[in-house]
Design a protein around this ligand. Structure first.
Ligand code: DOR
Length: 441
């Protein structure tokens, strides 16, 4: 019998919207062609997945890959290599590069650099500013645009729109769901004296929970006024979770692995490595983020992968930059939480594939279904492994989880039917292409 499928991923446990079941996945021309019990003769190549779980490819909707402008920290190739090494099949990259992604030309430049040089598929957030506000309708509809991202509080880079009038003008023009870094700039400026030189544990005292809650509250009010949809990135406080629970009609919610895993107690041994905006906070807030997951308030997980070199991180706080790598550790860190009973695999699947597809209107990704892109994250739920710096493919070369033993590991990353990573090794040349969105097809 002539092969019907280019490749079959055989005998794995499929994790999908309809639960878990054992099946073979037949792939042809980059798409899923059949799900079920498939004959070996029909497969050009048969890949044995017995004992493994197969999830729709993990989509990380918040990463910073630093190209152009700061490629000594990361570039699109190294960042995407880290992604596929960690089981991630698509990323949405942030606009705070140099120059920032605030024009059609800057977006086209990133797409050119990324296509077939990135190892995973990609989209790029376009920065919303006072200057480009009249172009927003056009910018958010360009191919490979994930939508508009706005910084309400200063972080790495120069992007900032902090006032209600400026934000309102942007929200009045967005038609897609726009994403926001919600920390209140005025409060951050007032509280700068609270930073203690040499003590990164003062970072959450400076950028406190009220700074986050005030910005999120303003954002939701403005979204209602302007009849806009908003996505609140990296929600880090219990207070915002409680508030956002009452605004699910207009606001979606991202949680991050670091806010779910680390707490203020970790500044003692990790120092500026875990300095991040918004900050890693005390355990009450970490538990509040878990509450948001358990209650269904959180829609997606994003790593907020924000690499800086160890040399930069070694500067004395607050001269040290905020941000830590995370795209490669998202899957293993969260699988470990699953094994510890904090989260179900099915919910993880929703947070990392079906959820992003639903929120952002991704075309033909986010579930295992015939006709969909054959993007798969293949994991061994029982594998015990220690995360270490020498496994990290990001150019920054370190992880805050160095030395952490986890149970659950990504063993394969399949991008449109081809293995990008298998058993810890890059398995194919880079084939990354733009993610397609229903609203921009
Ligand atoms: O800590 C952070 N670092 N938060 C951000 O919002 C930006 C990021 C970066 O780009 O370094």
């Amino acid at each position: 019998m002539a092969a019907t499928f280019d490749v079959v991923f055989g005998g794995g446990t499929i994790v999908n919207a309809d639960g878990e079941h054992s099946a073979d996945l037949g792939i042809r021309d980059e798409r899923i062609q059949a799900i079920g019990s498939l004959p070996k003769e029909a497969a050009g190549e048969w890949i044995d997945c017995r004992g493994l779980h197969i999830l729709p490819g993990v989509i990380d909707t918040q990463v910073h890959f630093r190209e152009p402008g700061a490629i000594h920290k990361e570039d699109l190739e190294t960042g995407s290599r880290a992604a596929v090494m960690g089981g991630v099949t698509a990323v949405f990259e942030m606009p705070n590069t140099t120059p920032p992604t605030t024009s059609a030309e800057a977006l086209a430049d990133k797409v050119r650099r990324a296509t077939h040089r990135m190892h995973c598929d990609f989209a790029f957030w376009v920065g919303g500013t006072r200057e480009n506000v009249e172009e927003i309708a056009e910018l958010e509809r360009l191919p490979a645009s994930a939508g508009v991202k706005v910084f309400m509080g200063s972080s790495t880079g120069s992007l900032l729109v902090e006032d209600d009038a400026g934000l309102g003008r942007i929200l009045a023009r967005t038609r897609r769901r726009a994403a926001f870094h919600a920390e209140d700039e005025q409060r951050l400026n007032e509280r700068k004296p609270l930073r203690v030189k040499g003590d990164p544990s003062s970072h959450p005292a400076w950028r406190d929970e009220a700074a986050a809650l005030e910005a999120t509250t303003r954002l939701v009010r403005l979204a209602r006024e302007h009849r806009a949809r908003v996505h609140v990135l990296h929600v880090s406080t219990r207070d915002e979770m409680e508030f956002l629970a009452t605004h699910k009609d207009v606001a979606s919610v991202e949680a991050t692995p670091h806010h779910l895993t680390l707490s203020a107690a970790d500044y003692g041994h990790l120092g500026t490595k875990i300095q991040m905006n918004p900050p890693v906070r005390d355990a009450r807030h970490r538990d509040g983020c878990w509450w948001g997951i358990a209650q269904g308030i959180v829609d997606v997980l994003g790593s907020d992968h924000a690499p800086h070199t160890l040399e930069e991180k070694a500067r004395t706080y607050p001269e040290s930059p905020s941000g830590m790598p995370g795209v490669q550790t998202l899957v293993p860190v969260m699988l470990d939480h699953i094994n510890a009973g904090r989260l179900r695999l099915q919910r993880f699947m929703d947070l990392t594939s079906a959820g992003p597809a639903r929120l952002f209107g991704i075309a033909a990704k986010g579930r295992i279904a015939v006709g969909y892109d054959a993007d798969l994250t293949i994991v061994d739920l029982k594998r015990r492994q220690t995360i270490s710096d020498d496994w990290i493919a990001s150019r920054c070369g370190w992880t805050p989880y160095h030395g952490r033993e986890v149970v659950g590991w990504p063993v394969g990353t399949v991008l449109r039917g081809v293995r990008a990573m298998w058993e810890g090794k890059l398995a194919a040349p880079a084939r990354g292409e733009p993610v397609r969105f229903l609203e921009t097809l």
